[in-house]
Design a binder for this molecule. Structure first.
Ligand code: MRU
Length: 351
């Protein structure tokens, strides 16, 4: 299988700080920002300078190192240092509630903190090494997801995606767009239809940007257009990412994903979720238990800072929805493609 080389690296630990692409500035500029304190990392996650489930996981792992470096200045005993650092880590995960990857990666750092009997300096080194390891693993995992997913992409397919589950939602390569990249490496006749993804427009601002950068053909459509193109026979499959997958396969992803899944089912179009195992939360049985982030009303009432509706209107702005497992054709992971019954296929995977 040919390998696709992506130019994009979203987040990287450099000696004492985290360097990341500032995703609030797209598409005007592609700029990097250096995050140097734990609070800056909290804010970067919350304001979506870094976003996408796997990317905020790595940001969380880096954030723990940043807090550790700050606490090291207070000459605490190892036990006090560990206690304070765990408090900071627990605070960091409250920056965004839906994507389990943030919690997962911070827990990996907490395991190291709890086990360590070394000096404060050695513990900080261990946390840095683990952060780097998680970074490299993320890219490798995405490539595996991509290669498994490419096996179910028909020749010359048009693939619809929602939001951005690409290189810019991960360390690099992407999950849903990892499938696209791996498929494109072997068949340059495939193309992508990208939903705009209101209100934050990750499809328009991020998915189109990264696919254009990597030379993969992409057509931008607004969210309400997907059924129209499905009916016309112009969509062969849907591949989306996920922020949290419950034990029964119910999958939370960007608001609007559920609508796409219903439409795909109606039109008999395969609907795949592509996600690493770290997105599967076996502690919850169904999607009803997933906490859905409620975001600022300004995201709905304005576009590019300009108000688009009357003052006094009521607003609700859930950031994610949950696609019921019955609508999902397969869940593409780094260990292969899970098929229904997901309760069984997921529990077999974690045995
Ligand atoms: O609010 P965002 O931009 O962080 O939402 C991102 C998504 O919903 C992605 O599809 C999901 O995190 C998977 S990323 C590989």
């Amino acid at each position: 299988m040919a390998e696709f080389k992506s130019k994009i690296r979203t987040i990287e630990w450099i000696d004492t700080y985290s360097k990341m692409v500032d995703q609030t500035k797209f598409p005007e500029t592609f700029e990097y920002i250096d995050i140097k304190t734990g609070q800056e990392m909290f804010d970067a996650i919350q304001t979506m300078i870094v976003r996408g489930a796997p990317a905020i996981g790595i940001a969380g792992a880096h954030g723990v190192v940043l807090y550790a470096q700050e606490l090291a200045k207070y000459n605490l005993s190892l036990e006090e240092f560990k206690k304070e650092l765990i408090k900071k880590a627990d605070y960091l995960v409250t920056s965004r509630p839906t994507a389990v990857n943030l919690y997962w990666a911070v827990e990996k750092q907490k395991e190291i903190i709890k086990k360590s009997n070394a000096s404060v300096e050695e513990l900080i080194d261990e946390l840095k090494i683990n952060g780097k390891k998680l970074e490299f693993e993320d890219i490798e995992i995405n490539k595996k997801i991509g290669d498994y997913g490419a096996m179910v992409v028909p020749k010359g397919a048009t693939i619809l995606t929602h939001c951005n589950a690409g290189a810019l939602a991960t360390v690099g390569y992407g999950t849903a767009l990892g499938v696209v990249r791996s498929a494109f490496a072997n068949d340059s006749t495939i193309q992508v239809f990208a939903d705009e993804t209101r209100p934050r427009q990750q499809g328009a601002r991020i998915t189109t940007l990264e696919l254009v950068m990597d030379g993969i053909p992409v057509t931008l459509i607004t969210d309400g257009m997907c059924s129209y193109f499905m009916k016309k026979g112009m969509i062969d499959m849907v591949v989306v990412g996920a922020d949290r997958i419950a034990g029964n396969g119910d999958s939370a992803n960007k608001i609007g994903t559920y609508t796409v899944a219903i439409s795909a089912k109606y039109h008999n179009i395969p609907f795949y979720v592509a996600a690493p195992l770290s997105t599967i939360d076996t502690s919850i049985k169904t999607g009803d238990e997933i906490i859905i982030e409620e975001r600022s009303h300004d995201e709905v009432t304005t576009i590019n800072g300009k108000r688009i509706c009357a003052e006094g209107v009521n607003i609700i702005n859930p950031g994610f929805d949950v696609t019921p497992h019955e609508l999902i054709t397969g869940i593409i992971t780094e260990k292969g493609i899970l098929k229904p019954d997901y309760k069984n296929s997921i529990s077999n995977l974690f045995k």
